[in-house]
Design a protein around this ligand. Structure first.
Ligand code: ATP
Ligand code: MG
Length: 430
């Protein structure tokens, strides 16, 4: 076969045989969002490039290296969203959602696009579930959000996902911290990678996030942000920890977590799994008090997190969590001959109205092939219609699971449905 096109590097297809796994996690995620009082927001897949430049931050890897940016025929620069928060924040401002009463709590499911080197747990198109809280400044809101992420993992039977937290303070605390970092890293200008060298002047905190082993080793002994927090940021961080302890949530403080996006302030956190290899952060989030102002609104303290769904599925698989395959009761009508096919066409429509699944042959196969197909799709009941059945108005309904056979009337759809439902109930009782 000479295919004329293939999927783009770093993208994945989610096939019919696997989509139930996605539906399973999506259901748990949206149920959990609902009980925490979140409503779904859906924003466009592309936005004006400047939204991400300002929102995510010019100094970040995402903006500098990873965005899919293109010019429209009209000469406007657009970008495929690399993450979900900037679009949600833009929508909040554009629609004045903050007038609906604070806090605004929104969750999203999105595809994200980042030009990164594809590898296990890292794709160029990937999926995120995210939660956003706008208009909450109290440290208890940080704890509540972290609680929500934690309970998502627990609902998914993932008890070994670790929580690490840090505070990266406010722009004021960071002034002193940046100065200390610059002084420290200046000793290693021979050894830092080229990217980190370019970060040294403008955003030395990014060096702490570098994946290169050499930079990582240097960063390990760098000054810690927690020693530079101003009084109110320190107080905020302590309270978050107290609330987490009160909620019985285990965590460790990891001063090297800085997160890859510029909009974070104060609390940052990650949920990490040790069972999926190097790309081990399943969930990343924190507080972003400066974001709304950065995008042109009035100051609105906000926070949120995003879970990478591909990585979440990897953890579920690695931890051996069984995702139940949904079973739908299905009737398959095998029909031979024009009259029988027409009858099957009529009956399946009636059956579907009751909410039961029903299918028949739409590709013109012989009886044997039709029954083979019925087996393949896991039909619970089968009914064979031929000239005889049409003539007698009766056919044999077979329970494919236990082999039980019942003669049913096919002339009157209502009677047929009654027969089918009672056979269904009877088989459930067995
Ligand atoms: P990483 O350090 O792994 O690059 P990040 O800091 O860039 O992550 P965020 O922008 O915070 O990640 O995104 C939140 C989550 O989205 C991550 O924790 C991860 O689960 C997922 N994620 C991020 N980038 C990718 C990617 N390229 N492919 C698959 N999942 C991703
Ligand atoms: Mg990244």
């Amino acid at each position: 076969m000479a295919l004329i096109a293939k999927k783009i590097k770093g993208t994945e297809d989610i096939l019919p045989r696997d989509s139930y796994k996605w539906q399973f996690i999506e259901k748990i995620l949206s149920d959990e969002a609902r009980v925490y009082g979140f409503s779904e927001i859906r924003t466009p897949v592309f936005e004006q490039t400047k939204l991400f430049q300002r929102g995510v931050g010019e100094g970040t890897d995402v903006v500098q290296k990873e965005m899919y940016t293109f010019e429209t025929k009209g000469g406007e620069s657009l970008t495929l969203r690399p993450e979900g928060t900037a679009g949600a924040a833009r929508a909040l401002l554009e629609h004045g959602l903050y007038n609906d009463g604070l806090p605004i709590k929104a969750h999203y499911f999105t595809t994200c696009y980042r030009y990164e080197k594809p590898q296990a747990g890292r794709q160029r198109e990937f999926h995120q579930f995210g939660m956003e809280v706008y208009g909450a400044n109290d440290p208890i809101s940080d704890a509540e959000l972290i609680c929500c992420a934690k309970s998502i993992f627990e609902r998914l039977q993932l008890f070994d996902v670790r929580l690490e937290i840090n505070s990266i303070g406010c722009p004021e605390c960071r002034k002193n911290y940046h100065a200390a970092l610059k002084e420290y890293f200046a000793q290693f200008t021979d050894t830092l990678c080229a990217t980190c060298m370019s970060r040294l002047e403008k955003n030395p905190m990014r060096i702490l996030d570098c994946k290169s082993p050499v930079c990582k080793e240097i960063a390990a002994n760098a000054p810690k942000i927690t020693d530079f927090l101003c009084e109110s940021c320190d107080e905020h961080f302590k309270k978050v920890q107290q609330y987490l302890t009160a909620a019985d949530i285990d965590f460790t403080v990891n001063p090297s977590i800085v997160r890859g996006l510029d909009y974070y302030t104060n609390t940052v956190f990650e949920f990490i799994s040790d069972s999926i290899g190097a790309q081990s952060t399943v969930c990343g989030g924190g507080r972003y008090n400066g974001l709304i102002e950065e995008l042109g609104g009035s100051a609105l303290p906000s926070l949120g997190f995003a879970i990478g769904l591909e990585r979440l599925l990897m953890v579920l698989e690695a931890e051996g969590v069984e995702i139940p395959k949904p079973e739908y009761d299905m009737l398959y009508i095998a029909a031979l001959g024009d009259k029988a096919q027409l009858k099957a066409f009529e009956l399946v429509r009636e059956v579907r109205e009751t909410g039961l699944g029903a299918q028949f042959d739409i590709v013109g196969r012989g009886l044997k092939a039709q029954m083979k197909y019925a087996n393949k799709i896991g039909a619970k009941f089968s009914l064979v219609l031929g000239d005889n059945e049409i003539e007698n108005g009766k056919a044999i309904l077979k329970n494919m699971e236990n082999g039980e056979q019942t003669e049913v009337s096919i002339n009157d759809a209502h009677i047929f449905i009654e027969n089918l439902l009672s056979a269904d109930l009877a088989s459930e009782m067995n």
